[in-house]
Design a protein around this ligand. Sequence first.
Ligand SMILES: [Zn+2]
Ligand SMILES: [Zn+2]
Length: 314
Amino acid sequence: MGMILVYSRNNASCNVLYNRSGKLMQCIVNRRAQFSASHRYWLPELSEVENVQRFGLCTRAPGHGHNYVLFVSIAGEVDEYGMVQNLSEVKQVIKQEITSHLDFSYLNDVWLEFQQTLPTTENIARVIWQRLLPYLPLVRVQLFEHPELWADYQGNGMEAYLTISIHFSAAHRLAQPSLSYEENCEIYGKCARPNGHGHNYHLEVTVKGEIDPRTGMIVDLGALQKVIEDRVVEPFDHTFLNKDIAYFAKVVPTAENIALYISSLLKSPIRELGTELHKVKLIESPNNSCEVILTTLNDTENPTTLPHSLTSKT
Ligand SMILES: [Zn+2]
Ligand SMILES: [Zn+2]
């Protein structure tokens, strides 16, 4: 579902920011572009065994490819022509500086930057930022390697964000055990019906970390995927959450509570991988999603101390 939301954007869009007095401050304009390119994860200073241990199938010669989708966000005040920057110029700069080089290229060889630091999604986003910065008032570069994996870079040194999107299917019922059926129907509507209902949940997990100057990675992607699979997908998929997940015996499994619980499950194992869980977004349906920004959860919190009062009608 995250994929559909993102790809349904037009090639260009605009958000307007206002200050407290309601005066126009600046506009963020997003421009989309795409390129197809190949790459290979291989460090010549490592042995074949070490390369395979680190990068798995991505070591295979002569490489493999992706259809990359790029979103470039710029910000500024609107000029007398009603624009932050002329979009045809923006389009031209992206083509001239980025896509004309990268489209149908072998990334490892196309730019020197990728010989120093492997062309991972997060590192490509960083290098695109560096190359566009002389021409555009950038605020963000977002790069999709495919619809379930993307990086965000905002110009802060080697810091980048990486997001994995996965899904699981589960049933739930929204009802407080202490309340009557009528009272629960009053609060939760149809979601309180006694035998539950189900969703195809989409989950976006965003981690924040420093890009390694050699591997180009903020985290071992395979290890991150395994953590999400082991801690969330495997235990949650095809369950009745209220009965199969002990935590939800007492806590109503609203999207908010599920997202908070998933955050608490992932936080420590992701830290053990050397990166930080930044955000969990749980998309319950095309109409309904919930985001947890991890700075709002303090370090000592665990599933048993999560707030039990966060409930809402889904
Ligand atoms: Zn790849
Ligand atoms: Zn529901």
